[in-house]
Design a protein around this ligand. Structure first.
Ligand code: 3PY
Ligand code: MG
Length: 261
């Protein structure tokens, strides 16, 4: 068994958004030194059925498999949890009430009202003993399966202290693009108001013993993110980094070719 996301928080984990949608890519990313991937059911083109194959491949490659849900509906959340993702990242959160509903969907009683069925998450019922298995599975899932709302709207920001304090919220993922857009300063990540918002979210999380994940598309900003106090960093998207890698390698090859003639 590879280290869990919580265990990896001790060592500044770095992940990436998984958009390419192939089990081969998920497995190959396990060779890169990444800690986790976020299988993107919000902006990516795939659904729960193919996500299951990506989860398996990621786990085979030693990666934590988190998934971003497509929407905040009960089926969208339940399906991803039941196929065995380690945590769900929930976009477009606006209010405390919405997060309370998310907790109902994502956590078993007594925290929430998640529906129970033996599924891949507990090896279809074979992971735990038959009689006490249900209660044991529920307790383990509540502890190990992470509910991570995104803070990426003004609404969420304005209630972040209450949201971060909710029992059942494990951590917060900041979406800088949407948060800056919602604040009326799109893409202005160094703007003082944006920086103050980041600090506010970070403080709300840490005051309540919750982890806080930030996202950047620049590898050069990862160290600064950890220095600021973020517990994990999302870095870029697999497709974009593939493009960059080819561009860099080809530019070097063409530069070497130009010196030959
Ligand atoms: C955002 O920046 O809005 C995100 O959701 C990260 O992709
Ligand atoms: Mg977003």
């Amino acid at each position: 068994m590879c280290a869990s996301f919580r265990e990896r928080l001790q060592n500044k984990p770095i992940g990436t958004f998984f958009e390419l949608g192939s089990a081969n890519v998920a497995e190959a990313l396990g060779k890169t030194g990444l800690d986790f991937i976020i299988i993107d059911n919000e902006h990516g083109p795939f659904e729960a059925e193919s996500t299951l194959d990506f989860v398996r491949a990621a786990q085979l490659g030693g990666l934590c498999a988190l998934a971003r849900v497509r929407e905040t509906s009960r089926p969208a959340i339940l399906k991803l949890l039941d196929i065995g993702v380690e945590g769900i990242i929930v976009p477009d959160v606006h209010s405390v009430a919405q997060v309370q509903t998310l907790i109902e969907y994502a956590k078993f009683a007594p925290l929430g009202k998640r529906g129970f069925c033996p599924t891949r998450k507990d090896c279809w019922g074979y992971a735990y003993p038959a009689t006490e298995g249900v209660a044991q599975s529920m307790a383990i899932q509540n502890q190990q399966t992470l509910l991570i709302p995104q803070c990426e709207t003004i609404g969420c920001l304005s209630e972040i202290e209450i949201i971060a304090a909710l029992d059942g919220v494990d951590g917060i993922f900041i979406g800088p693009f949407d948060l800056s857009i919602s604040m009326g300063i799109p893409g202005q990540f160094t703007h003082p108001d944006f920086q103050a918002a980041l600090q506010r979210i970070l403080d709300a999380c840490h005051k309540n013993g919750k982890f806080c994940i930030y996202f950047t598309v620049n590898a050069s900003e990862i160290a600064a993110g950890f220095a600021k106090g973020f517990d994990a960093m999302g870095y870029g998207l697999d497709a974009a980094i593939l493009i960059q890698a080819y561009q860099t390698q080809l530019a070097q090859a063409r530069a070497a070719m130009s010196t030959q003639s």
